[in-house]
Design a protein around this ligand. Structure first.
Ligand SMILES: [Zn+2]
Length: 225
């Protein structure tokens, strides 16, 4: 695989700048992110990254744990899905509402981040990264409003701005367009198929058979910037 293909599928860390022990972002996004954070601060929002780069291995572990039932799978109403009663196809769709296929997460690219406002999180409350926190009665609503107005000034957009029949609405997920549009154009179905074929992902045979459909429904089905 080329260096670009390794970046696209989460199999290298050569493109990253580490902000802390566990959070890294694309090195060419650092300056834009710092400007975004500084502007948010003047608006009274402590913009904080909950999740930046995620490797193929990490995304694979998330997948395997959900597919095998070790981690509960939630539905759109935040209820746990009873996976024992599901076919493999139903299970794949249930997982992909909230979790990307390894090799197909925009978090592999380093230019996509999940953010929240640290100072708006109530004491004693854990961050859930669920839509209600960002909606009109939720504690992060001021951040939602601010991002809707200002994120684009710094090159960021929200690829999961609403539910489009694939990935759930993710009001916390920002993408840095100058980098992500380049990666998005280079990304393709054959690359994902090859990456999965070389892995030990659970549900592999069915996933590969369904891949063209999943690709359309979950991977390219995003907001236009
Ligand atoms: Zn995200």
């Amino acid at each position: 695989m080329t260096e670009l293909e390794l970046i696209l599928t989460g199999q290298t860390q050569s493109h990253l700048h580490w902000l802390s022990n566990n959070i890294a972002i694309h090195k060419d996004m650092l300056s834009a992110f710092e400007q975004l954070r500084a502007a948010a601060k003047t608006a009274g929002l402590e913009l904080t990254i909950a999740s930046g780069f995620r490797s193929f291995e990490r995304q694979l572990a998330i997948w395997q744990n959900k597919f095998s039932g070790l981690t509960p799978i939630k539905d759109a109403s935040n209820r746990v899905v009873a996976i024992a009663q599901l076919t493999n196809l139903e299970k794949i769709n249930a997982i992909m509402l909230f979790s990307a296929l390894p090799g197909a997460s925009r978090h592999h690219w380093g230019c996509d981040i999940d953010v929240y406002a640290k100072n708006l999180l109530p004491d004693q409350q854990a961050l859930a990264l669920e839509p209600w926190e960002y909606q009109a009665s939720g504690h992060f609503y001021p951040l939602t409003l601010w991002l809707a107005e200002h994120a684009k000034d710094f090159g960021f957009f929200l690829p999961y701005d609403k539910f489009r029949g694939g990935v759930s609405h993710e009001p916390w997920h920002l993408s840095y367009l100058p980098l992500s549009q380049h990666y998005q154009q280079a990304y393709n179905l054959a690359l994902l198929a090859e990456t999965l074929a070389n892995s030990n992902i659970q549900g592999k045979t069915q996933l590969i058979a369904l891949l063209p459909e999943l690709y359309q429904r979950y991977i390219v089905n995003i907001a236009s910037a």
